[in-house]
Every structure is written in structure tokens, then in C-alpha cells.
Write a protein of this length. Structure first.
Length: 680
């Protein structure tokens, strides 16, 4: 049994890593923390004279602050823990480039949350027995959303780590004697739980304050703690949280004049007091109970059968009530906020799942008792015992057995559903896939350019582009384009250093062409008609990628804007303006090749024999190459249809991001021809 417990302990961390590897890209909600972690890793924390200026020049959040400010505490922790991991990997030869470093940083967060869930399972085992802990691991590991979100750099995910640990401290060990020492120990665990909830609410997500209030109310009513002790503990915890976090955020946000800066307070005022969160959409008051929680818990037996059983059985009513009622009260109060998302109530999934595990344990014990009684009756041949067999075969006994069998069957079904949800969710990051394809394309183009240059002038060093520039549109940036993903070297290099090297090369080229290198209107070195562009190169260096994220429609309508880029990631190729109406002769223009397209998930489809793809009638030569998961799904669909006589049921894929490459008059790709406005 010890080996089983060890395997179950490893199950949640392993599945968190699996979810991370299968879906390694990020979405816009995660962008602040993943970009901030990159900047802390790459640029460090400048101090001394001019530190503020260096921060503003290098850190992404000054150019793209987001709708509301967020704390840097989580990003600093991820970078601080991730840096030695990355350095260790590099030292043993397992070089970590940008994408691998992003996976490592997210892995730190995912494993931290996995450790919190393992801690909750151990506390549950200490309070209610090992069987309950085993059921918790099985139920939690078969849920999709918690494992999927565990490594995502959302503020909610950082708070999730603290709230899950808090519930693990609320559970008291089994068999504790009613002594003064036991009371002091239980009081200490409660104080730790209150401190963790307070810190999560102050630093990461303000709505955790509602969960804190719900837990505090239950502790007073139970009664497990006095109101005076709770208020005193929370006040001290809030003061400590502010003392630790405000200096960090005041430094990174560089407020002027220098004042203490509390990002989560700004977010609370913006979203709740001013009601700006409703601009992102509203949902009915019952959304969390009728839609979000059933999807988060996944297995319907969790909330239909197991939690009610745990609350009704005397052996588990106490710990189950502690886990369930504060969680439901939090969800009920938070339902008053019009804007609702499932991730906002993610914190209650582990405690509700733990309560369900108590119910599963009780069902298991009931069925075990029934089996033992049946074995005793079968061993006896007395007439009285034979007559007693009838009532045992019907009523509650049969219902308990059927429920337990349904529970046992539901766990692998939930695992299968969770796996399917993971595979489908991995198809929703076309921006990340497009950026990965762009790295390969830019590397191949640079190698081809270097080979051509070497063949043309063997005596001269290869003049390969040190930096290439690309523009990513809104959809690409929202679905996976990050600073980590822009790194193309073997290790995580400073993109700002690459941009500075590019600027220096541009200045040298401008001086050689008798141009003013400091002229702000001449920041693009465009070739004269019939001449090759000036090479901006770093001999022997791998190309580096700078990604622009301009969103201003007026700028995007300017044809000259597009001339600075070598590549474009765009949802609609027609958005790339190549000429202007009535443009004068000599107006900067660009020509583009659509070299590839990334497809994304567009629902479920069923294809019958003889049914052709919606794109099958397109000209094969004109159709861009499908890259990424879209190509994998196409191969899988073809293989399945060949085995099933033409039938296919699976994800429908649709074009999402097109990869365009700028070409010269002779059709060759241009590399290193301009300056990107900002790194993605």
C-alpha cells in the first residue's frame, strides 16, 4: 500500500507537467506575469542612479501595462527560482533557449500548485484516513481545469497556491486529544490558514478577501476560533503582506512622485468600484453554480452524490462542512459581481473535491461492510441466517453498491474526458504555433542568405542578419506570442541587447551611405530602386527576432509602416497594406509571400465517406502550407478515414494566423531590413 500511496502522490505533479508540455503556449490573460518573469530573468533588477530609466527602457509592462496593474511578486518569485534551474541546465549542456525557459518558469509554478494539492491530500489523510486521501488524488487528478491552469501565470493561479495550502492547514489531524497543547496546535494551524488567505487577497487577487471572510464566519459559528483572534491575526497578516509587496511593486512600477504602490487595490477599484469589469461581458447570477462549478469539478457524482454523502454522515460531517460551506458562501457572494469567469472560483475546487473524497470514502466503507456481512451470511447454513438474506439484498444496500460501482466507473471516464479536453485545448494557441514556425523559417532563411553570400564572395565572412523583425497582430499576441518565444538562440539572450546591436549596425550602415544615423525620420534603411538593401549583420551570430505589437489602426493603415518588417503574423493577409490610394511614385511599398498558415480549433465535425474538406476545392499550388497542430490533425484525419472507410469525428480546424514573408523585386526574402517598434 505504501507503493500505491507513493504513486498517487506523484500522480498530480506528473499530470501538471503533462498538461504543460502538451499546451506550452500562453494566452493574453497570462501575458503580464510571463513577460515580467522574462524581463526579470533577462534584465535583472537595476539599482542605483538611472535605475528607473533602465527599467522603463527594457521592461515590457511600461509599453504594455494592461487594463489594470498587477503585482510583480509572483514574477519575481518565478524568475528567482527559475534562474538557477536554467543555469543548471545550461551548465550540463542542456541549453535552454527562450521557449524552454518559458516552460521551465511555468513548470515552477505548476509544481508549486501540485505541491499544494499534495499537501491538502496529506492533511485530509491525517484528518480522515488514507482512503480519503487516495480518493482525493483520484478525483482531483481526473479534473481537467485545475491541472491545466496550475502552470498558467494568472494572478488567480498564484492565489490558488496559497488558498489550497490554507485549506490544508484548516484540517486538524485525526485523533487529536482535547488537551491544551492540541488546542494551541489547532489554533496555530488556523492562524497560518488565515495568514495565507490574507496574503493571497492583498497581493494577488482581491476576491480572496471574500473567501477569507467566509472561512472566518464559519470558524466563529462552528466555533473553532473567536472573532477577536481572527481579526487580530488578519490585521497582522495584511500589514506584513503590504510591507513585503508594496516596496517590490513600487520599485517595478516606478511611480512618480515616489509613493507606495498597491496594484491589487487599483485593480479592485477599477473592476468592482468603478464597474469596469462588466465591459468584458456579464453572466447571470447563477452562472457559477449552473455552469462554472460543474465544468470545473467535471465528474457529476462529485456534487450530486459525494458531497451530500459527506455532509450527512456523522463521521465526516465536521471536516466536510469546513470544506464545503465557506466555499459555497464565497461563490454565492461573488456571484453578485456581473462579470464572471470560471478561473475566478478556481480556489474552491480543491476543498470541494476533498469533501467529495470524504463521501467516496464513506461509500467505500459502506460497501465493504455490506460485503463482509454477505460473506458471513454465506458462511452460515442456518435457516435463520438464510431468511435474513432477503432484506439485505434490496433497498439501501443495492443502492449503495450501484452508487459505488458508478463511482468507480466514473473515475476512468473522467480521466478520458479530461484527456480529450486537454488535446482540444492545445489547439487554441495559434499565435504560439505561428511564432514557433516563424523561428524555424527565419533560421532557415538566414542560413540560406549566409550560404548565398558565401558563394558570391567566398573570401569575405558570411554576412548573416543578427536581428530580423516581425509584426504580430492582436490575435497572434493574444494566443501565444511572448518574449520567451521570440528568443531564437541556444540560450535565453537579452532581446534588448539584440535590438541595441541592430541599432548600432543601422547607424554604421547609415554613415556608410552618407545618411544621418540620428535622423528620426530615417530609421528605415530602404534600398534605392534596383539596388540590394543594406545588410545589417552580425557575422557568425544566430538571428534574433524582434516582434512588434502595434495596434493603432491609423498606423496599421500606413503602407510605410509595413516596410520595416521581414515577416508578419496576421489573422487576415489583406490587413497588410502594401500601397496607398493615390500614392506618389517612390512611396515605400512591400510585396509579401504567404508562406504558411496556422489553423486553430473551430468545433467538432463529423465527416462521412465521400465528404470533402471545405478547402479541398482550393488550388493546391495557391494554398499555403499548414503548419503546427493543424498539420497533425490533418494527418490524423487522413489516417483515421483510411481505416474507417471515410468516416471521421474529431476537431474541425480553420485558418487562424497567416505567416507572411517580405520579398524583394527578385523574389528573395529580405532579412534584417528595419527596426521593430517593440518586442512582444
Amino acid at each position: 500500500m505504501k507503493n500505491i500511496d507513493t504513486l498517487l502522490t506523484l500522480l498530480i505533479p506528473v499530470l501538471v507537467v503533462v498538461h504543460l508540455v502538451v499546451a506550452p503556449y500562453t494566452k493574453v490573460e497570462e501575458s503580464f506575469n510571463i513577460q515580467a518573469a522574462h524581463d526579470v530573468l533577462v534584465y535583472g533588477t537595476p539599482v542605483g542612479r538611472g535605475a528607473g530609466l533602465r527599467l522603463e527602457q527594457r521592461y515590457d509592462h511600461f509599453a504594455f501595462p494592461g487594463a489594470v496593474p498587477r503585482t510583480f511578486v509572483g514574477a519575481v518569485l518565478l524568475a528567482g527560482i527559475g534562474q538557477p534551474v536554467i543555469q543548471l541546465a545550461n551548465s550540463v549542456g542542456a541549453l535552454m533557449g527562450g521557449p524552454a525557459a518559458q516552460t521551465a518558469v511555468r513548470g515552477v509554478l505548476g509544481l508549486a500548485n501540485a505541491a499544494a494539492m499534495v499537501a491538502l491530500s496529506r492533511s485530509l489523510g491525517a484528518a480522515c484516513g488514507r482512503s480519503a486521501a487516495r480518493w482525493y488524488v483520484l478525483l482531483q487528478a481526473s479534473q481537467f481545469h485545475v491541472l491545466f491552469y496550475a502552470s498558467r501565470t494568472l494572478p488567480n493561479t498564484f492565489a490558488f497556491f496559497l488558498t489550497t495550502y490554507a485549506f490544508s492547514f484548516l484540517l486538524s489531524p485525526q485523533g487529536a486529544r482535547a488537551t491544551r497543547r492540541a488546542d494551541i496546535r489547532a489554533g496555530g494551524r488556523i492562524r497560518v490558514a488565515l495568514c495565507l488567505l490574507s496574503y493571497a487577497g492583498v497581493v494577488f487577487r482581491a476576491e480572496v478577501a471574500i473567501l477569507l471572510a467566509a472561512v472566518a464566519a464559519y470558524l466563529v459559528v462552528a466555533p473553532l476560533a473567536t472573532a477577536e483572534r481572527i481579526v487580530r491575526t488578519v490585521a497582522v497578516a495584511v500589514a506584513v503582506a503590504l510591507a513585503l509587496s508594496v516596496p517590490i511593486d513600487s520599485y517595478f512600477w516606478q511611480t512618480f512622485p515616489p509613493v507606495p504602490y498597491w496594484p491589487e487595490l487599483h485593480g479592485f477599484l477599477f473592476n468592482v468600484v468603478h464597474g469596469q469589469a462588466s465591459a468584458w461581458g456579464t453572466s447571470p447570477w447563477h452562472y457559477y453554480f449552473t455552469s462554472a462549478l460543474p465544468r470545473l469539478l467535471l465528474n457529476p457524482l462529485v456534487y450530486v452524490v459525494l458531497i451530500p454523502v459527506a455532509l450527512r454522515r456523522p463521521a465526516t460531517a465536521g471536516p466536510a462542512s469546513l470544506l464545503v460551506w465557506p466555499s459555497l458562501l464565497f461563490v454565492a457572494v461573488y456571484s453578485l459581481q456581473p462579470h464572471k469567469e470560471a478561473r475566478f472560483v478556481l480556489y474552491v475546487v480543491p476543498p470541494l473535491t476533498a469533501a467529495a473524497a470524504l463521501g467516496a470514502d464513506q461509500l467505500t466503507k459502506s460497501v465493504s461492510v455490506l460485503r463482509h456481512q454477505e460473506q458471513e451470511r454465506d458462511a452460515s447454513t442456518a435457516a435463520q441466517n438464510a431468511s435474513d438474506r432477503k432484506p439485505a439484498a434490496g433497498g439501501p444496500a443495492v443502492l449503495s453498491k450501484l452508487t459505488w460501482y458508478a463511482l468507480v466507473l466514473s473515475v476512468p471516464v473522467a480521466f478520458a474526458a479530461s484527456t480529450a479536453m486537454l488535446l482540444v485545448s492545445a489547439l487554441n494557441y495559434p499565435g504560439g504555433e505561428a511564432l514557433a514556425a516563424l523561428r524555424d523559417l527565419a533560421t532557415a532563411d538566414a542560413a540560406a542568405a549566409a550560404a548565398a553570400a558565401a558563394a558570391a564572395a567566398p573570401a569575405s565572412p558570411a554576412d548573416t542578419p543578427f536581428v530580423v523583425s516581425a509584426h504580430a497582430d492582436v490575435l497572434a499576441c493574444m494566443t501565444g506570442v511572448t518574449l520567451f518565444g521570440s528568443a531564437m538562440g541556444a540560450t535565453l539572450l537579452s532581446h534588448r541587447f539584440a535590438e541595441e546591436q541592430r541599432h548600432a549596425a543601422l547607424a554604421r550602415a547609415a554613415l556608410a551611405a552618407n545618411l544621418d544615423p540620428f535622423d528620426p525620420n530615417a530609421d528605415r534603411l530602404l534600398p534605392a530602386a534596383g539596388k540590394k538593401p543594406t545588410a545589417v549583420a552580425g557575422p557568425g551570430q544566430p538571428p534574433q527576432l524582434l516582434v512588434d505589437k502595434t495596434e493603432d489602426p491609423a498606423v496599421l493603415r500606413d503602407p510605410a509602416f509595413w516596410t520595416q518588417f521581414d515577416y508578419v503574423l496576421v489573422e487576415d493577409p489583406k490587413a497588410v497594406v502594401t500601397t496607398a490610394a493615390g500614392s506618389a511614385s517612390g512611396q515605400p511599398q512591400s510585396q509579401w509571400d504567404t508562406v504558411a498558415v496556422v489553423e486553430g480549433y473551430a468545433g467538432i465535425e463529423v465527416q462521412r465517406p465521400g465528404h470533402m474538406s471545405s478547402r479541398a476545392d482550393e488550388d493546391e499550388g495557391a494554398r499555403p502550407t499548414v503548419v503546427g497542430h493543424g498539420a497533425t490533425v490533418a494527418r490524423l484525419r487522413q489516417a483515421v478515414r483510411s481505416l474507417t472507410g471515410g468516416w471521421w469525428a474529431g476537431p474541425r480546424m480553420a485558418p487562424r494566423i497567416y505567416i507572411l514573408r517580405r520579398v524583394k523585386g527578385d523574389g528573395a526574402a529580405v532579412a534584417g531590413s528595419g527596426k521593430a517598434k517593440a518586442a512582444a
